[in-house]
Design a protein around this ligand. Sequence first.
Ligand SMILES: [Zn+2]
Length: 158
Amino acid sequence: MPPREKLFPTTKVSAVNMDALAASAKEASKHAYCPYSKFRVGAAVYARKPNPEPPGTDAEAIFSGCNTENANYTLTLHAEHSAIAKAVELGYTDILAVVIYTPTETATAPCGSCRQVINEFGPRAVVVATCDAEGFSPRWNMSKLLPDAFGPHNLGKG
Ligand SMILES: [Zn+2]
């Protein structure tokens, strides 16, 4: 492991990968389609494939997404949802971490809808909000963002 490799208490994502997630989220925000809100959002998730084939290969990866607005506002796709959909499509259904980036002076927490989407695949994920301000990036566990969450267990799954 690189010297900077440091595990966070609630996830197995290294500091190096958290830096990569932050860079990926920032890059994704550049592609946001947001002609109505003008509010660019990028998100990146660190996800694990539960049953990689062959075992041990490409078991973890980063997926990014951006907000994609629609003239029918209710069809707008949020950055977190977009990133998670990419991960799930390729079988990476265990979300370990989510980083959100907005080109603002204050960090933006995920909306309620995205908290529910994150919870489906990452009930123990760490979520970090980044922005253009230097220093502190708010960090939460999903249990803090969505306490007593409705999830797969309510339907006899997971
Ligand atoms: Zn959202």
